[in-house]
Design a protein around this ligand. Sequence first.
Ligand SMILES: Nc1ncnc2c1ncn2[C@@H]1O[C@H](COP(=O)(O)OP(=O)(O)O)[C@@H](O)[C@H]1O
Ligand SMILES: C=C(OP(=O)(O)O)C(=O)O
Ligand SMILES: [Mn+2]
Length: 532
Amino acid sequence: MTFGRVNPNFRLEDQGIDGLENVHYNLIEPALIEAALKNGEGTLGRGGAFLVSTGKFTGRSPKDKHVVATPSVKDSIWWENNAAMSPEGFDALYEDMLEHMKGGTYYVQDLTGGADPAHAIKVRMVTELAWHGLFIRHLLRRPDRDALDGFVADFTVINCPSFQADPKKHDCRSETVIAMNFDRKIILIGGTEYAGENKKSVFSLLNYLLPEKDVMPMHCSANHAKGNPVDTAIFFGLSGTGKTTLSADPGRTLIGDDEHGWSSRGTFNFEGGCYAKTINLDPEAEPEIYATTSKFGTVIENMVYDEETRELDFDDDSLTANMRCAYPLEYISNASDTALGGHPKNIIMLTCDAFGVLPPIARLTPAQAMYHFLSGFTSKVAGTERGITEPEPTFSTCFGAPFMPRRPEVYGNLLRSKIAKHGATCWLVNTGWTGGAYGTGSRMPIKATRALLTAALDGSLGDVKFRTDANFGFEVPVDAPGVPTVLLDPRRTWDNPESYDRQAAKLVKMFAENFEQYLPHIDEDVKAAAIG
Ligand SMILES: Nc1ncnc2c1ncn2[C@@H]1O[C@H](COP(=O)(O)OP(=O)(O)O)[C@@H](O)[C@H]1O
Ligand SMILES: C=C(OP(=O)(O)O)C(=O)O
Ligand SMILES: [Mn+2]
């Protein structure tokens, strides 16, 4: 049986996917919730939110992500960072997954990625779980109902958590698999229920496709001044560094919280929704995000709640520290209704420094910005990747290495030429530790980060006195509105300044060692900006 609305010439059968018992095409939110409840996938929460737990997998499985080594992409994939799968392994995986699906009930959502129609990609998501359909309907962009009648997907993603891959037969690492085949235009996800895999697989896809069109794909959030998209800011950052939190600034218009493109026309969100962490979510500090947790259809993933009152416990991280809520952009009252921005005037690179060495904000020259973009120093925070239980310092190039199919210089050079062309001002912002490393110091107060960002974005920080940092060579404000002066000089926040110096020296060495891999690929000015 088939239900719902679909292009009659582009059913699953037309794609060679058949033998399913029931297919639900493009159900809207209430119908997806009904289906998910009927299937016993989760519980209804306050305000009609949908509460679900994902079992063993509560974060991404980056080691199980594969790119299929087909002839057309062989020379353009950065294989050191992307695990290869043979075309034969993929073909067997696809065949076995389709076999496994036979007789089952599936949900199809026909959606797009990319708010700029010139660069949008049509994606068909086929999910075993109704709530994954709801999740991806929030996160991607929903075409008009009428457009569904002529919808033909560019790429198809099949997500089947109950399928277990066979490493020998399918040329993968474990029973969990995420496999991207650019030639067959198919992405297969199996053996994990974590919803983030759905959205990040579409991101990885666009990260591969867009550079060919001279569009820079970015792991960043974005906002603009109210009523003035020319004043756009983007915030690069690996998971947990504050993209979602800091872009949801009530004083500005939110463009998006995670994935954007920068074309010759300006910035555009890839997505139509947000995926926010809810651990310790404070209704006073984050009223907008907090309010979404009791709105109709918001997906609440891996949060503990009271069975009787359905009250959410924001402090209980017993399921995972990576507990989340997913909601459409329009649930945030100051969100842009176009999801488009101008050319970034300010580029913020967020780093969560668990060593407590980097200052809360520094101004970067374009060459320094390139150096930090390629380095991507930060920490992995607990939960978003399997196996990470406390902040773990890492260099994640482009502030999003797990999602970058091409070599870092491809993205670096694109960004660099756009920064030069549009004269963006670049900043490095440490949202990590102050007053000592993780374990002794404390997390940078959000209030201070927000005050510094406000001053950077409204231009007032440009007027203060700066010092040149002895270890890192960037400029650090000596004084700034709304933050204690001492905070601006991390050395002074440590009980023992000599310990700071030792830790800083260690970090400088780590930067230098990590950057060696990029030296053969970069220009003299970036080499001159190198640390150590
Ligand atoms: N100074 C700070 N700046 C930003 N976030 C902070 C800061 N201090 C603590 N946090 C917390 O860190 C987390 C940042 O997560 P999030 O904004 O979801 O990051 P991302 O979107 O980059 O994955 C939130 O839980 C936030 O409350
Ligand atoms: C969903 C994710 O993104 P982020 O933490 O950057 O919001 C993730 O990394 O799984
Ligand atoms: Mn986020």
